[in-house]
Design a protein around this ligand. Structure first.
Ligand SMILES: *[C@@H]1O[C@H](CO)[C@@H](O)[C@H](O)[C@H]1NC(C)=O
Ligand SMILES: *[C@@H]1O[C@H](CO)[C@@H](O)[C@H](O)[C@H]1NC(C)=O
Length: 280
């Protein structure tokens, strides 16, 4: 009885750094370090390039973020216990047997909204190999995002979690449409700023970039065949999104699990306009 009571308390332990909160979460209170040669592996024949890139970004952030715990002393007391803590050697990403053919994160993220598969399960044991299992590369990407949020650095540069073992089963979004709207007509935002916004969105697993691109205040979109719209409508020649800027943003978003929805701000913009075709 006493044992199961303690277990319940441990199982209910929150992980405050996780956002959004997973549907099911069990966490312990053990310290586990990331091994200095920690790796992320994939158990699939030909992983798509955007998944490989996402893995590289996760590895780079785990090495460079240097986030310390938001507590008095910044987790200094953990440092004394860390030398004896077990190490996590790798994270293994694999598709469930129920998964369909391997597609890129972008292909999965731009499917019809109710058919996207974002579910994943994550297990971080007390050392050894952690696993993420999902039915799609998009699900693996969501699991990777959750995994990233578990780690802190101590003042000596050891990367660790203090809440192992962590078990998340079938986490999936409460709402398929998790949108953020940016109005680039009233205020122009450079491409780099939009990408920074997309980075932040993907960190909290948002799924739709609602690009309110043009309005009566300005027309910053370059439309092939209709150059005068942007020439006369943009605030300046520097404040225009070229064809390749738009494609760049759509690709950047897709690789981060985000679908781009361009606002239909005008009554009947001909659907034959090639660039807008994919949005309207
Ligand atoms: C994969 O899909 C199957 C069938 O819909 C489901 O039972 C399973 O929980 C899913 N697995 C994960 C890890 O999302
Ligand atoms: C809207 O655009 C379509 C395609 O160009 C055209 O066929 C249709 O007549 C337009 N409708 C109106 C009300 O202008």
């Amino acid at each position: 009885m006493k044992g199961s009571f303690i277990f319940l308390i441990v199982a209910a332990r929150p992980i405050f750094a996780l956002w959004p909160i997973p549907r099911s979460l069990q966490a312990g209170d053990n310290l586990v370090k990331l091994s200095p040669d920690f790796q992320i592996q994939y158990a699939m024949p030909r992983p798509p390039q955007d998944l490989l890139d996402a893995v590289s970004r996760t590895i780079a952030r785990l090495r460079s973020d240097k986030l310390q715990r938001l507590v008095v002393g910044r987790g200094e007391s953990d440092s004394q216990r860390l030398p004896n803590a077990p190490s996590l050697t790798s994270l293994s990403l694999s598709l469930a047997t129920t998964a369909g053919p391997v597609q890129s994160i972008m292909q999965e993220a731009t499917k019809e909204i109710t058919t996207r598969s974002e579910e994943y399960s994550l297990s971080v044991p007390n050392g050894g190999v952690a696993t993420v299992v999902a039915n799609s590369t998009l699900g693996l990407f969501r699991g990777l995002t959750t995994f990233e949020q578990l780690w802190y650095d101590d003042s000596t540069g050891v990367t660790y979690t203090y809440q192992a073992p962590v078990t998340i089963v079938n986490d999936s979004p409460a709402y398929p449409y998790r949108g953020f709207m940016l109005d680039t007509a009233r205020n122009f935002f450079p491409v780099a700023d939009i990408k920074r916004t997309l980075d932040a969105m993907s960190m909290v697993k948002m799924s739709q970039f609602h690009w309110h691109a043009v309005d009566s205040q300005s027309f910053p979109l370059s439309i092939p065949g209709f150059p005068q719209l942007a020439q006369k409508g943009a605030y300046s020649a520097q404040e225009i999104y070229s064809d390749s800027d738009i494609q760049d943003i759509v690709n950047y978003a897709g690789a981060r699990g985000i679908d781009v929805l361009m606002a239909r701000c005008f009554k009947n913009f001909s659907v034959s306009l090639p660039v807008l075709k994919q949005f309207v």
